[in-house]
Write a protein that binds this ligand. Sequence first.
Ligand code: GRF
Length: 194
Amino acid sequence: MKLAIFASGNGSNFQAIAEAVKSGEIDAEITLLFSDKKDAYVVQRAKALQIPVIAFSPKDFDSKAMYEAEILHLLEEEQIDLVVLAGYMRIIGPTLLEVFSNRMVNIHPSLLPNFPGLNGIKDAFCAKVAETGVTIHYVDDGVDTGPIIAQEKVMIEGNDTLASLEEKIHNVEHKLFPSILAKLIKTRQGENHS
Ligand code: GRF
């Protein structure tokens, strides 16, 4: 099973997945990291792990469709089975979705359908809800709306700050994402062999 991970920023989830591949928890290969931000810290993480990096921006293209067509070409060339969005801060357009919709997984830092969008942790914190969490879901053409694969709750305590809540959420993400990917990949491998 060949994975492509898409990420735009820090890459702590990318790192957690890479470690789970290395330890054998996830039975797959990370064939490439794609980043829409050449200077993102995740690019340095991938280089340190000797994972091939492809990085270019939609600004390098005349349209989003052309940007995604180039990504699609690379994914098909590498025969990627599963695309993992780990902090990829862009909406996936029809060019990529038509080919990868049931093979593209995202992580979102809230209990969807609550608090979709760019600031899932902050929005839950400011709304003063008692609990939030982490969702892993398939990608569709909405913003954080695709079919849910798994969720884990995180309680917001009275003494939590935004920073402490962020830390709690990320700690859950770094365990949940690798373990759900491991299960999903195992299931798909079973289906391919039967
Ligand atoms: C994570 O909180 C993830 O849920 C969200 O973006 C963040 C990425 O963090 N989609 P990192 O780049 O993996 O550290």
